[in-house]
Design a protein around this ligand. Structure first.
Ligand code: 48H
Length: 264
């Protein structure tokens, strides 16, 4: 039997893309939570929030989601988590092994591409909307509270101003989560305005850092919650290198903090 695709024209395909994008973009011009950054902490936070019925939009400057979660470290596709973060791998259905149980307790290894794909799929399945190839340009500040983000297409942001003199647009939200990793891009917008001072990421100390990152995942400025490596940069905490348990757990905590704030 010969297979025949549905008879659809070029213009109908264009209309389907533009129409659906515009409808969604209009809806998400005002939303409950905007997460800037689609790495492991942002994806977990988004998945948890959407699963709790919160409307969430993730802004990601790259074409792809996942951030540093695609690789375990040193260009090697094995990622590690320390206990108790393997429970999140269980929730996602990611297979993993316990590493050298005889000598090391509670260190788990998984394939990074498998873990990352599962996390992205679970986040989308939970109902999170994604705006990729879109970069943070600024924050919206109302009465000393972060009330949204100013964004532009990544391609526009990457061009010199004299070529791409294109104004960005604003998206409003009740809460913004900075999940931009080491850059802490949202927090830095407030620092540029002299509204706060950040300490910058500390040196490596894996045993202390992961607990501290999760403990410090919190509202860093009214309306702005920090998660993942942005927590280290904001509070000056030690880094942990290529182990991701704190990123996953910090994402969960950020969602809990946001849900608590939305209740008030
Ligand atoms: C839009 C942006 C912008 C912007 C950045 O780096 P990530 O993976 O972040 P985390 O915190 O979820 O995970 C950190 C982890 O990957 C890591 O680096 C670790 C554990 N390091 C430890 C160590 O000691 O080195 O993802 C951040 C995401 C990326 O996808 C960026 O593209 C995106 O945020 N992003 N998106 N506008 N201005 N800045």
């Amino acid at each position: 039997m010969t297979m025949r695709f549905a008879p659809v024209s070029e213009s109908q395909i264009t209309r389907a893309i533009v129409g659906e994008f515009a409808k969604e973009f209009e809806n998400y011009a005002e939303t409950d939570v905007i997460i800037v950054g689609g790495g492991p902490s942002g994806l977990v936070a988004g998945k948890e929030l959407a699963s709790a019925g919160v409307e969430v939009l993730i802004i990601e400057r790259n074409n792809y989601l996942g951030g540093g979660f695609w690789l375990g470290g040193f260009l090697m596709n094995k990622l590690t988590v320390r206990s108790p973060a393997e429970t999140i791998l269980d929730e996602l259905g990611v297979p993993y092994k316990e590493y050298n149980k005889v000598k090391v307790a509670g260190l788990y290894v998984a394939d990074a591409s498998h873990a990352c794909s599962k996390l992205i799929a679970a986040t989308c399945d939970a109902g999170v909307k994604i705006l990729n190839m879109v970069a943070l340009d600024d924050v919206v500040l109302h009465n000393e509270k972060v009330s949204g983000v100013v964004v532009n297409w990544s391609a526009v942001s990457a061009l010199p101003k004299e070529i791409a003199c294109v104004d960005p647009v604003s998206l409003e939200s009740k809460i913004v989560i900075d999940a931009t990793g080491h850059d802490a891009s949202v927090v830095k917008k407030l620092e540029e305005r002299g509204l706060l001072k950040i300490k910058g990421q500390g040196a490596m100390w894996v045993e202390r850092s992961e607990n501290l990152v999760v403990e410090h995942t919190s509202e860093f400025y009214p309306g702005l919650i920090v998660t993942g490596m942005a927590v280290s940069a904001a509070y000056g905490l030690p880094r942990m290198g290529p182990t991701f348990g704190a990123m996953l757990m910090s994402g969960k905590k950020a969602a809990e903090v946001a849900i608590e704030k939305l209740r008030v």
